[in-house]
Design a protein around this ligand. Sequence first.
Ligand code: ATR
Length: 273
Amino acid sequence: MDRYLVFGHPVRHSKSPFIHTLFARQTQQELEYGLAEPAVDEFAHALRTFFDQGGKGCNVTVPFKEQAFTLVDRLSPRAKRAGAVNTIKRTDDGVLLGDNTDGAGLVADLKSHGVTLADSRILLLGAGGAARGALAPLLAELPSELVIANRTHTKAQQLAAEFHDLGPVTAQTYEQLAGPFDLVINSTSASLQGELPPLAPALIHTDIAIYDMMYGASDTAFISWAKQHGARQTMDGLGMLVEQAAEAFTVWRGIRPGTKQVLRELKRNLGEI
Ligand code: ATR
């Protein structure tokens, strides 16, 4: 049976096996999908061993995405731009292809919620790996403006300069931000420490769309905060997780699974998987 898995640390609570098992059932593909949690300095060895033993492909999650970028034989253009790899496919002649489906997953999920990106003003919070992965796919949708705000302003400036060739992207400090924005995407890890990005409540209005790349069994801190200040359309990162997985599945199997029902089942079981 064709073998796939997700590498991460920690990875025990990963939803990927659940998602890919449902995709496989739905598309009648015979495969098994497991978990691997190598020690942080043993990832390269674990990855090589998995593929030497016939593994067909894998996902890579925190904290290995940047390392995976350096370990594959070839990179897709979108992985090159993201500076990170979340999906690896082994070709029949043994070449390891590194791809990144995170940004495509974000855009697919935004579209599935009916969010219009063309001609919109987008505010991206955070300038880490998650923001970097989202930039090229967002700019490809031709927003009128994309502003990056980050606690450490120089990182936002660097990122804006790096992606400037792809569209109208600038960096501003949280204090400089002037609305109205149509969409705010939170890519920060603030909520992991139970914190909020220091965004002025005045930037939130009833017609704004709020996207938090994090998710949980209940509203994330950022989504609760945005709702309190009047946001009516809020989305968390569970849909992005399912969409990036669908994109990875398509890369591996050449067949695109449907995501709606998988997302529904995932929501129903959140906290139990
Ligand atoms: P990831 O790969 O998930 O993006 P990361 O590269 O560690 O993770 O980046 C985390 C991002 O969240 C950074 O932009 C970080 O801001 P700094 O560059 O200033 O560190 C941001 N972040 C983390 N905690 C935050 C907080 N409490 N308030 C605002 N931004 C925060």
